[in-house]
Design a protein around this ligand. Structure first.
Ligand SMILES: [Zn+2]
Length: 411
């Protein structure tokens, strides 16, 4: 029992095989949900699950599961996602699904008598290339309804209804995933850190204590366009200058009053967008994140009030639309304690860490206790072709996952 370890060569081999699906000419991986590469990766995973002798199941949201039955049908689940951002990396999501698969395979090989059933899960569209993040886990936990999905156009243009049909799914059935769900006792997710902390401190394992909640706003300053040569500076209603003023002041506000929280403007489009025309419109994304619900609400209120103040002082209008929101999650103490104890038993150095990125675990936390294991990201990079991990860190993370799953599956 103390010797039980994953077959790491087999796990690494799986990661290599998967990384051949969806190779982007720019050097990374492009497997957005229900693209041809994603469909190929889905089939590949289903083949792996069946070849491992696990029971394969796909639900109405296209989430894929492999089951190792125990005496009780109550499920302890581990997983993540196989979809990627465009030209992203090969480890984000993949390490969670394939490590969980390897854990179940090892336990099956050893003929363990499990008290509880184990399942590996691969959730649909974690990256939100279709309609916002976490389509699969949101459907699975009952946080989507048909009305929200029916007329949705995806980021890539075609309606959701057409895209999911390619995978043999029906939009109106996606919310049924929650009804098809077995009783879930706990959910574990192994993931790359996507930041620099673990690498900097040379610690192989991060045990996540909290996951940040977020608010995504599509926002606009509307002023007036005009000739760049004929309208005096003091008479302008330049939407870009308002945005620049707002961006700097909002950054200062968050730095000053919301320690540990973040504000990011990642996308700006100026209209009409010409050398010689004063921009009359500045459209921009606004991403706010916090580990604390109350602080997130307060920051949202203050930041939006600041935008309105900047607009009115400068004679412009400000509009915002909430595109997506998730709530912060505190990780279950009992699972965290198990992860700590097992890390110590295995002799793995760990530190506690919070997650600024969202994960399926955050959505799963609405139906069961969850736990998250981070492994270091080389140079802190993620969502880029250069995303990298050290194999020995993954081996430790996967062994910790294996032993924790076994513990949770035993009464
Ligand atoms: Zn991920």
């Amino acid at each position: 029992m103390t010797e039980l370890k994953v077959n790491f060569n087999r796990l690494w081999q799986d990661l290599e095989e998967l990384a051949r699906i969806g190779q982007d000419p720019r050097g990374g991986i492009s497997r957005p949900s229900f693209s041809l590469p994603d469909l190929e990766a889905r089939d590949w995973l289903k083949g792996k699950i069946e070849a491992s002798g696990l029971a394969l199941r796909q639900d109405s949201a296209g989430n894929i599961f492999g089951r190792l039955p125990g005496k009780s049908s109550q499920v302890v689940m581990a997983g993540s996602h196989l979809d990627t951002v465009i030209n992203g990396g090969r480890f984000d999501g993949s390490v969670g699904v394939l490590s969980a698969l390897e854990c179940l395979r090892r336990l099956k090989e050893e003929n363990f008598e499990l008290d509880r059933t184990l399942e590996v899960a691969s959730f649909t569209d974690e990256e939100g290339n279709l309609v916002g993040d976490f389509l699969g886990s949101r459907a699975f936990t009952g946080q989507l309804n048909e009305g929200q999905l029916k007329n949705v156009r995806t980021q890539f243009g075609p309606p959701l209804i057409e895209i999911v049909e390619k995978a043999g799914l029906k939009v109106e059935n996606i919310p049924l995933a929650a009804k098809e769900r077995p009783e879930i006792l706990a959910y574990l997710e192994l993931h790359i850190e996507q930041g620099p902390v673990l690498e900097e401190e040379e610690v192989p394992i991060g045990l996540v204590t909290a996951i940040a909640g977020k608010r995504y706003f599509q926002s606009t300053f509307v002023g007036r366009s005009g000739h760049a040569g004929t309208i005096p500076m003091e008479l302008r209603q330049d939407a870009f200058i308002s945005l620049a003023d707002f961006a700097l002041r909002a950054n200062q506000l968050v730095l000053r009053e919301y320690e540990d929280d973040t504000l990011t403007i990642g996308r700006v489009v100026l209209k009409p967008g010409s050398f010689s025309i004063i921009p009359g419109e500045a459209n921009f994304s606004l991403d706010l994140r916090s580990l604390d619900h109350q602080k997130l609400e307060e920051m949202e209120g203050e930041v939006l009030a600041l935008a309105r103040e900047v607009a009115s002082t400068r004679g412009l209008s400000f509009y915002q639309q909430l595109l997506d929101s998730t709530e912060p999650v505190i990780i279950s103490e009992s699972i965290l304690n198990k992860l700590k104890a097992i890390s110590e038993k295995l002799g793995y150095d760990y530190r506690l860490i919070s997650s600024g990125a969202g994960h399926d675990a955050q959505i799963m936390a609405s139906i069961c206790p969850v736990g998250m294991i981070f492994i270091p990201s080389v140079d802190g990079l993620s969502h880029v072709p250069e995303e990298k991990i050290n194999p020995s860190d993954l081996e430790k993370g996967a062994n910790l996952l294996l032993r924790t799953l076994l513990d949770l599956a035993s009464v």
